[in-house]
Ligand binder design. Sequence first.
Ligand SMILES: Cc1cc2nc3c(=O)[nH]c(=O)nc-3n(C[C@H](O)[C@H](O)[C@H](O)COP(=O)(O)OP(=O)(O)OC[C@H]3O[C@@H](n4cnc5c(N)ncnc54)[C@H](O)[C@@H]3O)c2cc1C
Length: 461
Amino acid sequence: MSERYDLIVVGAGPGGYVAAVRAAQLGMRVACIDKGWVGGTCLQAGCIPSKALLESSQRFHEIQNGLDDHGIVTDSVRLDLAAMMQRKERIVGTMTKGIQGLFKGSKIDYVEGTARIVSASQVDVDTVADGLRTLQGQRLLLATGSIPVELPDLPFDGQHILSSTEALSLEQVPERLAVIGAGAIGLELGSVWARVGAQVQVIEFTDNVLPGMDAEICTQVQRQLKRQGFTFDMATRAASASIEDGIVNLTLVPRDGGDERQLVCDRVLVAVGRQPFAAGIGLDEVGVVCDERGFVSVDEDYRTNVEGIYAIGDLIPGPMLAHKAEAEAVVVVERMADMRPSVNYAAVPGVVYIHPEVASVGLSEEDALASGQQITVGKMLFRANARAHAMDGIEGFIKVIADAQSDRLLGVHIFGAQASHLIGEAVLALEMSASAEDLARTMHAHPTLSEVLREAAAHVA
Ligand SMILES: Cc1cc2nc3c(=O)[nH]c(=O)nc-3n(C[C@H](O)[C@H](O)[C@H](O)COP(=O)(O)OP(=O)(O)OC[C@H]3O[C@@H](n4cnc5c(N)ncnc54)[C@H](O)[C@@H]3O)c2cc1C
């Protein structure tokens, strides 16, 4: 038996489920298919579980290390890792139910199973509950997301060589954790385990942590993480691993020549990036074109080359971020309904939830200069802000970059307490094409950390 929809969405991550809900709001009859990960990578093995563990581990670390100064003396603190993991799972469970409720409330047919495209108008779903189901649709939206990149010589084994998914669910704190890759995921999950007692060693092929971020922030982040107990092997390649009696021997090779060396550790987290995922879905069979890195190619309406098939989120080029997928989800569906919104890719915030946090939007100083722009830069330290002192958040700075002639904002880069919240104002300012002066003349409540942003903008010469 086949069922007919206006839109079939494959993938219930932040791309897929948001698109399904928006389509239902616009009056479409919608089916959303997922293998069972409602909320996708973001909810089941990404943004949300990682932030739950970052929060718990930071509190544990602070109670152990940071409260004497407040006059709060704690004599005995111990970690209950199982309870920490249960809390994380409860949060994921609550949010999963929330999305399921949204589907129900929006009259979206959620179909649990593995989808296979037969044509632009037909999808077969191998369901656990009802065997094979065939769905017919006027349009098909692919939002099948991404998976962790595996290193050929260090394949994931789920036990010792871990992807981010397993690193979110360890049953014991590893004594020695090697993290390959100093990007956001490696540093966030490294932070979780470092705060609860692991010795964390980061191996990174390039010269900087957080490659691509503002260079000054990268330097400060590395310094700060060293203070938190991290050690770093920069310009180094993790070549292979052997495992004996539960101990991993990792072979490290200096990128620029020199002797290789062995690193002994208990677990290895490979966090060298993510790749688009569409294996087995039938893209080749229906002729959907991908680029050389496997991302599905789309036009400004998110149409693939096959009439009636669209794609968004981690599956298409661009930053692999949940809010980027969500923004595309709304736009693709509204464009199907003949509305003309668009995603502003120049104002996609990026956040790294280490301590203190890193957040940025727009051009970095380096990018702006490389593109030949004349810029002016204003900078303000958190230590100049009274609220930062009150809340023990004096590390770091905010940097505002503006066009030298027009004063129009080009980028904002934050390393400091609550950067993930502070960046929201900067994103809006960029969206509205504000100038540094607009930010500087906007009244900010006192005493708040947002004053640091205002003052950085006021320092744009
Ligand atoms: C550890 C970690 C931390 C992260 N932290 C953040 C963060 O703090 N902020 C942020 O913005 N981003 C973060 N991300 C990235 C974020 O999770 C992704 O960018 C986002 O989930 C992409 O959304 P998506 O909808 O494109 O795909 P996904 O969320 O990957 O969803 C794809 C869905 O498609 C389903 N699917 C795939 N193939 C099929 C098929 N054939 N049939 C049926 N279903 C299928 C999958 O089961 C999955 O549920 C993090 C990622 C990781 C791994």
